[in-house]
Structure formats: structure tokens, C-alpha cells
Write a protein that binds this ligand. Structure first.
Ligand code: DUC
Ligand code: ZN
Ligand code: ZN
Ligand code: ZN
Length: 473
């Protein structure tokens, strides 16, 4: 088994930083050592297969993106990244684990949905992957099927309060699923938007000729995110089901989460880079149909109303505990274009799996986050939240050797022709400049990215069975 020494770097964890050498033996981390340590009198650098000089750079645990949608069928099309292209792009950007969503719809068997996702991913991923289970049709059969999920290594599932007729669950269904989840120790993930109310507003807007992409965000008003978040919290409280609210974008929804946590509830929230950087005003100012590239749900929020500023603050105060991408890419041509003349037909989603580590590092540069908080939000907490701790999210003996060498003196220009490896014909992040650079990426000991380029291969990434959330035990 190959041995690698990552020498001279600053190892950053969620709790601190230290100058140290990291010794990798095969697929795992063997030791974290004082710089220049010897082993039984032998110079380590001379006795390993490979030395990576990390002098002047940060050595961090690989990113864990707990919310991606490779190949998700949506709006008559499917997300444009396959597990092969999506995990390759993730690796380029310093993410070494994704947790994707297997899909079950009303009338389908949960077991079949899960098997279909295994079939899509197996043998194709460049980095390790795990699954959550979407339950798009809560009924007796799907509730029974939830009983097998923990044994399958799937310890979280997602419900939708939005998208009536597609993934939607009503309150009765949510209540039943949460009762089951509370029994099983499953973490309930919630898309918290009031879908039936959104659909009425959207129809009224289209009727009035307001069909541009911008009106997607008007229909999906923050009141309907706040209301659904509150409802989810109360149903979770009643059933004693721990709750994780995905893609929080409205400051009022953050306030609901903070209130619930202050009252002792097991409630958590995630946000995404788009809700930190992009705004409804950006979308309004985009020429022609360009704003479609930022159509996602929950939607971008108004900068004038201060949502983005508030979200950075919530990351500091731990009212929001982690950052995922909700990576759900669609090309403009043939996909987003389906919604020319009616924003309701624009497939919802933004592709960011490649850029999350960089975009969040820029928050360190601008003083929004500490270096340690960057690692915590993008790697350590996601691993703990979703039952991967010990293997992922830490640089420690015995952990998987998923490691990133990050250069604070490097530079990354984001855009289609620059660093972009996602299967998209545009970037939601075109023109973003990052004062840092992903230099080297190891996935279970294999160097997948270095100065010479990309060395990853489909099938290196393995399915990871997850344990129960560390926040619930
Ligand atoms: N939101 C998106 O933007 N895309 C897919 C599903 C979702 O909830
Ligand atoms: Zn969602
Ligand atoms: Zn999603
Ligand atoms: Zn560099």
C-alpha cells in the first residue's frame, strides 16, 4: 500500500490549527506528527512513496457536500451532471464525499428508488458517496420500507412541503413519516416551503403576464418559507423527530430555527452558497432570460431586505450549522429554456458542487468566517450530522485519507472556460474570483488532483454506509 507524507503545512480542524506533517498509509491517515518527525530514527520523507510539500498552505479534511442531486429527474428533464461528471467536478473543487438523494415518488417502491440510485452511482464515482432517501409518497408501504433504511446505511430521509403533485407531502403524511422516523432514529430532512400557496401565486403571476425568471422568486415569498419552517418545527416537536431543514434562504426561517433551538429542540439548518452571495436583485438585473440560471428553490432572496448579510451572521452564531450546495445543474440550452415564457417550467437548480469549498473560503478572506469555522461548516459538521464522523470530516489517525491542500496565496477564477468541470453550458458563478486555490486533493489516499492535473477515476469512489447522526446520540 502506498505511503504519502504531506509535509510542512498548517493542519486546520474545526477547533484549531497546527503546523504538522500528515502521514497517509494506504487509504487512511496513519499519523499527524510534529513537523520533521522521524520514525525509529529514520527520516520519514525518505521512507515514503510520495512527499507532498504543503509548506505555506493549509491541510484540511476533504469537503463533505451533504446535498447533491446528480441525474435528478425534474420538470420533464434531468439534472445534467451524472455521478461520473458530478463527482469529478466535486473532486476538482476539494470535495471528497457527496451525499446524494435517492428518489421514491408516489406509487413507487422505496426499495426500487434506492436500487435505481445505486445503479446510477456504482462504478462511476471518483469520490466516496452516500445517500439520503427522498420519500415522495408517504403511504403504508413507504412507511414500512423506512424500517430497512438504517440497515442500508441510509440514516436520513427527505420530505417536501413544496411541489404538489411531484414530491409533496401534506401535513398528515409528514406527521406519519415523522412518527416513524422518531422510532427509527432517522433524521428528517425538510424542504420547507408552502407549495400549494406558491402554486396559486405563481399561476396568478403568469396569468398577469409576469413570466420572467425573476417572478419565480416573487411567487416563492419568504412568508411561505417561514410558515413552512414553523410548521415543520411544530410537527417535529410533537412527534419528537429530530429535524434538519435544507437550503434555508430567508432570514425569517433562520429566526424560526433559532427559536426552536433556544427552546431545546433537536432542530438544525443548512444553507447554500447561493443564499450567501446571490440575490433577487441580481436576478431582476439579468438581461433577457439570463436570470433563469439562478432559478432554484428555495429562491434567491432580496439583498435590500438583508437576507444574505443575516445568513453569514447565522453561520457565525451557529443558528445555521452547515453549508451544502443543493447541486442540481441544468443547461440553459434545452433545459432552463423550457421555461421561456413561463418561469414555472424552468427546471429548478444551480450547479455549485465544484465551487463550495472556494466560495466559502472567500468568506474567510472577507472576514465573515474564521478558518476553523470554514472547515467546520463544509466538512466536520456535515460528517457528524450525517453519521460519517471518524471516517470523514477530520484529519486524525484512522480516518479516511480524504485530504485537501489549500493555497491561501493561490487564486481561482470561476467560470465556464476557467475552472469549471461540471456538465453545464453556463455557470451561476461566472466571474467570481477567489483568493485561494485547491492545490492537491486526496480521496482515500489516492491523489486525484495535483499541480499536474486530474488523476481521479470512475469507480474509485465507494458507497459509504452511514451511521446515525452524531448530533442525536
Ligand atoms: N430545489 C432545487 O433548486 N432543485 C431541485 C429540488 C429543489 O428542492
Ligand atoms: Zn429541496
Ligand atoms: Zn435539494
Ligand atoms: Zn497553488
Amino acid at each position: 500500500m502506498a505511503t504519502t507524507l504531506i509535509s510542512g503545512g498548517t493542519v486546520v480542524s474545526a477547533t484549531g490549527r497546527v503546523l504538522a506533517d500528515v502521514l497517509v498509509d494506504g487509504e487512511t491517515i496513519a499519523a499527524v506528527l510534529a513537523p520533521g518527525s522521524t520514525l525509529l530514527g529514520h527520516d520519514l520523507a525518505g521512507s515514503v512513496d510520495r512527499v507532498i510539500d504543503a509548506t505555506g498552505r493549509y491541510v484540511i479534511p476533504g469537503g463533505v457536500d451533504a446535498h447533491t442531486h446528480m441525474e435528478l429527474p425534474f420538470g420533464g428533464t434531468a439534472a445534467s451532471d451524472t455521478f461520473e461528471t458530478g463527482t469529478r467536478a466535486a473532486a476538482w473543487g476539494g470535495t471528497t464525499t457527496i451525499i446524494d438523494f435517492a428518489v421514491q415518488r408516489a406509487g413507487e417502491r422505496v426499495e426500487d428508488g434506492l436500487a435505481a440510485w445505486h445503479a446510477k452511482a456504482a462504478g462511476r464515482c471518483a469520490i466516496d458517496y452516500a445517500f439520503h432517501q427522498i420519500i415522495g409518497g408517504v403511504d403504508d408501504a413507504s412507511l414500512r420500507a423506512m424500517e430497512s433504511l438504517v440497515d442500508e446505511g441510509i440514516t436520513s430521509y427527505k420530505l417536501f412541503m413544496a411541489y404538489p403533485g411531484v414530491f409533496y407531502s401534506d401535513d398528515a403524511q409528514i406527521l406519519r413519516a415523522m412518527q416513524k422516523a422518531a422510532d427509527l432514529g432517522l433524521l428528517t430532512m425538510m424542504h420547507a416551503e408552502n407549495g400549494p400557496a406558491i402554486d396559486v401565486l405563481a399561476a396568478q403571476l403568469v396569468e398577469a403576464g409576469r413570466t420572467d425568471p425573476y417572478f419565480h422568486g416573487i411567487a416563492r415569498a419568504w412568508q411561505l418559507e417561514e410558515e413552512a419552517t414553523h410548521r415543520a418545527i411544530m410537527l417535529a416537536d410533537l412527534t419528537k423527530a429530530p429535524l434538519y431543514v435544507v437550503h434555508v434562504s430567508a432570514k425569517q426561517a433562520v429566526a424560526q430555527l433559532a427559536w426552536a433551538r433556544d427552546n431545546g429542540a433537536n432542530v438544525f439548518g443548512e444553507t447554500c452558497p447561493q443564499y450567501l452571495y446571490l440575490s433577487l436583485e441580481d436576478q431582476l438585473g439579468a438581461p433577457g432570460f439570463e436570470g433563469a440560471k439562478w432559478v432554484c428553490s428555495t429562491p434567491l432572496r432580496s439583498r435590500e431586505e438583508g437576507h444574505q448579510h443575516h445568513m453569514w451572521q447565522a453561520l457565525r452564531t451557529n443558528d445555521i450549522q452547515m453549508v451544502s450546495t443543493d447541486h442540481c445543474p441544468f443547461c440553459m440550452k434545452g433545459q432552463k429554456e423550457l421555461g421561456v415564457g413561463d418561469f414555472r417550467a424552468i427546471p429548478n437548480g444551480i450547479g455549485s458542487v465544484e465551487h463550495r469549498m472556494d466560495l466559502m473560503y472567500q468568506g474567510v478572506v472577507t472576514g465573515e468566517l474564521t478558518l476553523e469555522r470554514w472547515v467546520e461548516l463544509t466538512s466536520t459538521t456535515p460528517a457528524r450530522m450525517f453519521g460519517l464522523h471518524g471516517r470523514k470530516g477530520v484529519i486524525a489517525p484512522g480516518a479516511d485519507a480524504d485530504v485537501v491542500v489549500y493555497d491561501p496565496n493561490g487564486h481561482t477564477s470561476i467560470g465556464v472556460g476557467e475552472t469549471h468541470h461540471m456538465n453545464m453550458d453556463h455557470s451561476a458563478w461566472e466571474g467570481y474570483e477567489i483568493d485561494g486555490h485547491v492545490d492537491v486533493v486526496l480521496s482515500r489516499g489516492l491523489v486525484v488532483v495535483d499541480d499536474e492535473g486530474y488523476h481521479g477515476r470512475p469507480g474509485h469512489g465507494a458507497f459509504v454506509r452511514r451511521g446515525l447522526s452524531q448530533y442525536l446520540v
